[in-house]
Design a protein around this ligand. Structure first.
Ligand SMILES: CC(C)(COP(=O)(O)OP(=O)(O)OC[C@H]1O[C@@H](n2cnc3c(N)ncnc32)[C@H](O)[C@@H]1OP(=O)(O)O)[C@@H](O)C(=O)NCCC(=O)NCCS
Length: 149
């Protein structure tokens, strides 16, 4: 059963937290941080499930005015390479309002699966933060949306 408290589905947070811990380990957001983010009005998020109905991944993003920023996209390791990441990205982009013109995200340079996923959706590198992740640079990606047609 799913409880709905303050507009947030408790079970969904639990699933997100579980996947978050598996995928991001020591960089995982705390339950409190997740809860307060998901309650923000500018936040959009979504879960994807496998054919058995088990949650396998999620995205979390902020959308405000003409801009959106993707904070998290993750799929549990045993379900990777099966199209769930693409499905999540697709859902995120479709959830952006018509007025959204630009989508931003940041990623570790060495995160090849994520980089390929982003580039396959047309994201382009617009900047780099030197040594943002300790010894590693962060790449700043931007996608320009054409919602005029
Ligand atoms: C990035 C991530 C979400 C991709 O999810 P996924 O379900 O495996 O992705 P998909 O199966 O939909 O693949 C989509 C595209 O990503 C790329 N990709 C996925 N896995 C890849 C891999 N191991 N190596 C290279 N490219 C890969 C490919 O371009 C692929 O498209 P293709 O199959 O047409 O070649 C997943 O690897 C993940 O959860 N990583 C850990 C969390 C993370 O680092 N998130 C990003 C930072 S928030």
């Amino acid at each position: 059963m799913t409880d709905n408290k303050g507009g947030i589905y408790i079970k969904e947070i639990d699933f997100i937290k579980e996947i978050e811990d598996i995928c991001f380990r020591e960089e995982a957001w705390s339950l409190e941080a997740l809860r307060s983010s998901l309650q923000r009005e500018d936040i959009v998020y979504g879960l994807v499930h496998d054919e058995a109905g088990t949650p396998t991944g999620y995205f979390i993003a902020a959308v405000s005015f003409e801009e959106a920023e993707l904070y998290r996209i993750a799929v549990i390791p045993e379900k990777r390479g099966m199209g769930y990441g693409k499905k999540l990205m697709d859902r995120f982009l479709k959830s952006c309002p018509q007025k959204t013109e630009r989508v931003f995200l940041e990623v570790r340079e060495s995160n090849v699966p994520a980089v390929r996923l982003y580039e396959s959706f047309g994201f382009k590198v617009m900047g780099r933060r030197k040594k943002y992740y300790g010894n590693e640079d962060a790449l700043n990606y931007t996608l320009i949306l054409n919602n005029n047609g």
